[in-house]
Design a protein around this ligand. Structure first.
Ligand code: TRP
Length: 354
């Protein structure tokens, strides 16, 4: 926890590799909205990390950057309360990345299950860039630059937060003289620069995509986007694979993605109980459940759509400019604290955004 008179701090972010989808919403956005009043919030667009897989698509990264921030604001992330900012314009993050890279073992990084998964799922083989391996180190710096208490993320990001916690402990022990016996909650009290931040996963840690098999993901083409039209949502719901071969087969009740969506997004769960019961007895078919799932999702998305309409590109850039200024003020201060601890505090500097 930061000083007792201040709100605890929260940081998280999204990589601009496409628009936000329902998996992001249930896994993380919902937590951010619920916590926005009680936490000092920082939301980062990981536009440097986006280059790990899109180094030749900078126009696409720029477009997704704008659209994700528009999605955030449409969902209710409020730039007057929270800082919305660009990773590329906070140089303290890049500097901290170097220092953290020096105290993170190469072997430890390669054991990170999310890194291993990405190499496998994206078929990278051994053809990934040096920067690809740097991004988890960069993510440690994204987080620790803000000295947050909590980091709301999807389940797949938890290994990165675990590595962040290890590096925070190591830095505090190495350069601030904090004892290795210290409880995680007491690192700052014992003189450490960095608190040991906690991951917070969402209500739905892993949402299945409309293929009925894989985690919802833009790159797998199985996602329902927050920016999809009502028609698109209905069309995508109609395509959900429910595990049934033909309609003559009995309904599949286990791991059925339509039921998962109804459970995750319908506001009236007793109605869902009725639907599931009738479905299990084949009184209702896949088509009916899909229709009600699409309606439930559209009920969630309608107010978001309405707000999105009114958010101009200029609104987005203004929010980012203000948020990035606030983010720099915090990150520069953290970097200075880290440099003091490392005895690199020869002279201070200022930063200006225009
Ligand atoms: N790697 C995260 C993702 O792809 C995005 C991210 C970058 C992030 N930096 C972060 C998330 C810091 C939480 C905290 O979803």
């Amino acid at each position: 926890m930061t000083a007792s008179n201040e709100k605890p701090r929260l940081l998280t972010g999204d990589t601009p590799t496409g628009r936000l989808h329902l998996g992001h919403y249930a896994g993380s956005i919902e937590n951010r909205l619920a916590m926005q009043d009680d936490y000092d919030c920082y939301f980062l667009i990981a536009n440097v990390h986006a280059l790990t897989t899109r180094s030749e698509e900078v126009a696409g990264i720029r477009e997704d950057t704008i659209e994700i921030v528009r999605d955030w604001m449409a969902c209710g992330i409020d730039p007057n309360r929270s800082a919305l900012f660009l990773q590329s314009e906070v140089p303290a993050i890049a500097e901290l990345t170097w220092y953290f890279a020096m105290i993170l073992g190469y072997g430890r990084l390669m054991k990170n299950p999310t890194v291993k998964d990405e190499i496998r799922v994206k078929n990278l083989g051994d053809n990934y860039s040096f920067g690809f391996l740097m991004y988890p180190v960069g993510q440690i710096a994204d987080i620790l630059a803000f000295r947050p208490d909590v980091v709301p993320v999807g389940e797949d990001q938890v290994p990165h937060i675990e590595m962040t916690r290890e590096i925070a402990r190591r830095f505090d022990q190495l350069y601030c003289g904090v004892s290795g016996q210290t409880d995680d909650a007491d690192y700052v009290k014992e003189g450490g620069v960095f608190p040991i931040p906690a991951a917070k996963t969402g209500r739905v840690a892993r949402l299945t995509g409309i293929d009925g098999v894989n985690k919802m993901s833009k790159s797998l083409g199985n996602a329902i986007l927050l920016s999809d039209t009502p028609k698109e949502v209905q069309k995508k719901c109609n395509k959900i694979f429910t595990g049934r071969g033909t309609m003559e087969d009995p309904p599949v009740m286990e791991n059925n993605t339509v039921i998962e969506y109804l459970r995750s997004f319908h506001t009236d769960q007793s109605r869902v109980d009725e639907l599931v019961d009738a479905y299990s007895k084949s009184e209702l078919g896949d088509g009916h459940l899909k229709k009600e799932a699409a309606e439930a999702i559209n009920t969630l998305l309608d107010p978001i759509r309405e707000r999105r309409e009114k958010i101009t590109d200029a609104d987005v850039v203004d929010a980012l400019r203000e948020g990035t200024k606030r983010a720099n003020a915090v990150a520069e201060k953290t970097l200075w604290m880290a440099k003091q601890a490392m005895k690199y505090d020869f002279f201070e500097r200022g930063l200006e955004l225009r």
